[in-house]
Design a binder for this molecule. Structure first.
Ligand code: LMR
Length: 393
């Protein structure tokens, strides 16, 4: 029977990791998968995470099951971090999931349970795995304009015009901050027009929040999510992989913001049911690290400080890349790099130019010309800038 299976396309982002490893060149540069790296190219365990792990090791007395929704302390720590005072806690259902991807998957499944015929609107472009999961689930998908390839910024009017086509009961996927793959986020005024439009249409916003704290600050990066959640029902998929640096621990949370407490309870039962069908209990270790860090004033302050160092470092790399390109080209046409937020920027290169940079300079980026800014350092910024210019950008 196994021979009845069809071959599956390789994940474009993950297969880059293998291609990079196989490249024997000394000076190769990995700007592929979205993993934070410091100036030495390491992905460190954050200080507060290490301290929390020590504490858990000392204090944990059992490894028995928690609850289907995960340890409640995790949601109780993460919901206020994301939502602030925008929604009463009792109106929020939440389950721990295996990473942000698990939350995205459970969110799509919840939409399918509520309304199997719902159309899920996705930004063009979006994280390719969104599309892959939706296809796997057999859900109806429609794209809406998001990114203007000429300005390398959000196409606000195009987005709002396309979303006029949304009908009541559709779901609209949004990136809460630090859009992946482009780095282009809507302006606050655009967010508020978008929130009004979706409310008017009776659509369900589904916010993917994987890079909280990587854009402007923990508070500012949560602002759009809070505005939407404050206005009515929505789903939010939160990842702790990047901002806590606990990628392999798979710590994510799916929240369902309801209009009232009774509906939140109903959503909670359904989310726990979904966890049970898919994997029973979600992983606990990463979630416990997060609730330990957020629940201790000192650890939390240290985590926030280190997150800010990481954010400032990426911003500095953006600025030095833009400055180097300004110097080389005598123009400011690459200044969009400093307006993009978070870990990624789409450079606007053609697939041929992306290939040329890989072939001639050993620079690896996703085929749509998305770079992971954190993959750069002071030595490699000029190398990338030179490669971009040589490739004819
Ligand atoms: C990325 O977009 O590079 C990250 O979200 C990692 C992944 O799983 O694709």
């Amino acid at each position: 029977m196994l021979d009845q299976l069809k071959d599956q396309p390789a994940d474009k982002i993950l297969s880059l990791m293998a291609a990079f490893r196989a490249d024997p060149r000394e000076g190769k540069i990995d700007l592929g998968v979205g993993v934070y790296k410091d100036a030495e190219g390491r992905t460190p365990v954050m200080r507060a995470v290490r301290a929390a792990e020590k504490r858990i090791w000392d204090e944990e007395t059992t490894k028995t099951y928690t609850a289907l929704a995960g340890d409640p302390a995790f949601a109780d720590a993460l919901v206020p971090l994301v939502l602030g005072p925008s929604v009463p806690r009792a109106n929020v259902a939440a389950v721990a999931t295996p990473g942000g991807t698990g939350a995205v998957r459970q969110g799509f499944e919840l939409i399918r349970m509520m309304r199997p015929e719902a159309t899920v609107w996705v930004p063009e472009p979006t994280w390719p795995n969104h599309l892959s999961i939706l296809k796997h689930l057999g859900m109806t998908v429609k794209g809406y304009r998001y990114f203007d390839g000429s300005t390398l910024a959000v196409d606000a009017e195009g987005m709002l015009a396309d979303l006029q086509g949304v009908t009541s009961g559709d779901a609209v996927l949004l990136h809460g901050c630090c859009h992946n793959p482009t780095g282009a986020d809507p302006e606050p005024a655009t967010w508020s027009r978008l929130a009004d439009l979706l409310r008017e249409k009776g659509a369900l916003p589904f916010i993917d929040l994987a890079y909280l704290g990587f854009g402007d600050s923990l508070e500012l990066d949560a602002a759009a999510t809070r505005m939407i959640a404050g206005g009515g029902e929505c789903l939010i998929a939160v990842s702790c992989s990047k901002n806590f640096g606990i990628y392999r621990e798979r710590a994510g949370l799916l929240m369902a913001v309801a209009r009232d407490e009774a509906t939140a309870k109903l959503a909670q039962v359904n989310l726990a049911y979904l966890n049970r069908q898919n994997y029973s209990f979600p992983p606990d270790h990463g979630a416990r690290v997060v609730s330990t860090v957020l629940g201790d004033a000192d650890l939390r302050a240290d985590w926030e400080a280190e997150l800010e160092e990481i954010r400032a470092g990426m911003l500095g790399l953006r600025e030095s890349l833009a400055a180097e390109l300004r110097r080389l080209t005598n123009s400011d046409r690459f200044d969009f790099l400093t307006r993009h937020k978070g870990m990624f920027s789409r450079l606007g290169a053609t697939p041929e130019q992306v290939e040329a940079m890989r072939r001639d300079h050993g620079i690896y980026m996703v085929g749509d010309s998305r770079i992971n800014v954190a993959g750069l350092n002071a030595r490699t910024v000029p190398v990338l800038a030179k490669a971009m210019v040589e490739a004819g950008l």
